[in-house]
Design a protein around this ligand. Structure first.
Ligand SMILES: NC(=O)c1ccc[n+]([C@@H]2O[C@H](COP(=O)([O-])OP(=O)(O)OC[C@H]3O[C@@H](n4cnc5c(N)ncnc54)[C@H](O)[C@@H]3O)[C@@H](O)[C@H]2O)c1
Ligand SMILES: O=c1ccn([C@@H]2O[C@H](COP(=O)(O)OP(=O)(O)O[C@H]3OC[C@@H](O)[C@H](O)[C@H]3O)[C@@H](O)[C@H]2O)c(=O)[nH]1
Length: 334
């Protein structure tokens, strides 16, 4: 009987490992979980992550405000998985990074079921931190400029602790995100979890739901439908709008960098809501009317990010034009 050694003498040598392994920039494959990945920002983030062939992407979403349609380009792709799951329930998947976005973002949606919103922020973030701890993953939370509430300093930098009503109709979201940030830092200090916190400022772009209720999509939808643009009183309140691709750049750079945050990510170009309405009117429908309507309680009167810290960690976008968004989005209107 021939020995194993005799057999091997005529066998081919094993194949060489891929030359990529010896390359200077070789990285092992990365499995990345994106919660809320069927939503507006999440689906753009997934698109960008999928462009890197070393990434496998798992999306979990309960489709409250998101849609499978936002991800249909990835259905059937071998590096992509989509799971219907509510983050208020525990989840076990083996991943290296977690982008934790799951949470309704538009005020009309987060106020619709406030108890669910706070559960999503608190229990959802606890579950994702538990997962990060168990599998040793780095986790990034998409927090918000709303942690500054109705800010008493302007522009807002990360050292400001905010001016938030703890019992108001926006508190389920604002205070929910503040607790989520607390949980992130407690897991970091107590369990050594690698954390990243992005404080996102108002973001706009394609795939915002037409009935989303946020101001940019509202005004553009109204202008296209020839309905009056509804400026909520007083109209002098300000926001600073960031285009979604710049936001995604910032989030990925924050995840890949060394800074835990919190880091403001946004565009410091600041507009009053009246100015925004006039801008949309001029660009889309010069004949449309602008009217003023009642506002909702606790609406922040001014908001503009100080992005000094973010510039070091991420690359901020320029002051984008509405047209840049309007043309790809226009095709989706009825
Ligand atoms: N868009 C902005 O201007 C803005 C500003 C500040 C912070 N953020 C944060 O960024 C994240 C994404 O915002 P967006 O604008 O893409 O909102 P979005 O509403 O379009 O997306 C949120 C996604 O989370 C999903 N989701 C909600 N609750 C869930 C739950 N319990 N379990 C699983 N999935 C759930 C929704 O179905 C949706 O797909 C949110 O965390 C939001 O708080 C957004
Ligand atoms: O039709 C409208 C809608 C809104 N507005 C005004 O536009 C401003 C912006 O309102 P939006 O609903 O777009 O968004 P907000 O800035 O209140 O909250 C937003 O900011 C932080 C994020 O975390 C939230 O997810 C996001 O929705 C508010 O002052 C509001 O009063 C109008 O004037 N007309």
């Amino acid at each position: 009987m021939a020995s194993n050694g005799d057999n091997n003498a005529s066998a081919k040598p094993p194949p060489e490992p891929s030359p990529l392994r010896k390359a200077k920039f070789f990285q092992a494959n990365m499995r990345i979980l994106v919660t809320g990945g069927a939503g507006f920002i999440g689906s753009h983030l997934v698109d960008r992550l999928m462009q890197n062939e070393k990434n496998e992407v798992i999306v979990v979403d309960n489709y409250f405000t998101g849609s499978k349609d936002n991800l249909k380009q990835w259905f059937g792709h071998p590096r992509f998985e989509l799971i219907r799951h509510d983050v208020t329930e525990p989840l076990l998947v083996e991943v290296d990074q977690i982008y934790h976005l799951a949470c309704p973002a538009s005020p009309i949606f987060y106020k619709y079921n406030p108890v669910k919103t706070i559960k999503t922020n608190v229990i959802g973030t606890l579950n994702m931190l538990g997962l990060a701890k168990r599998v040793g993953a780095r986790i990034l939370l998409t927090s918000t400029s709303e942690v500054y509430g109705d800010p008493l300093i302007h522009p807002q930098d990360e050292s400001y602790w905010g001016n938030v009503n703890p019992i108001g109709v926006r508190s389920c979201y604002d205070e929910g995100k503040r607790v989520a940030e607390t949980l992130m830092f407690d897991y970091h200090r107590q369990h050594g979890i690698e954390i990243r916190i992005a404080r996102i400022f108002n973001t706009y772009g394609p795939r915002m739901n037409i009935d989303d209720g946020r101001v940019v999509s509202n005004f553009i939808a109204q202008a296209i439908r020839d309905e009056p643009l509804t400026v909520q009183l007083p109209g002098t309140q300000t926001r600073s709008f960031c285009y979604v691709s710049d936001m995604v750049d910032g989030l990925i750079r924050l995840m890949e960098g060394d800074n835990t945050g919190p880091i403001n990510i946004g565009n410091p170009g600041e507009f009053t809501m009246l100015e925004l309405a006039e801008n949309v009117k001029e660009l889309i429908n010069p004949d449309v009317q602008i009217i003023t309507v009642e506002n909702t309680p606790d609406d922040p009167r001014q908001r503009k990010p100080d992005i000094t810290k973010g510039k070091i960690t991420t690359r901020m976008g320029t002051n984008d034009q509405i047209e840049r968004w309007y043309s790809p989005y226009g095709g989706r209107f009825p």
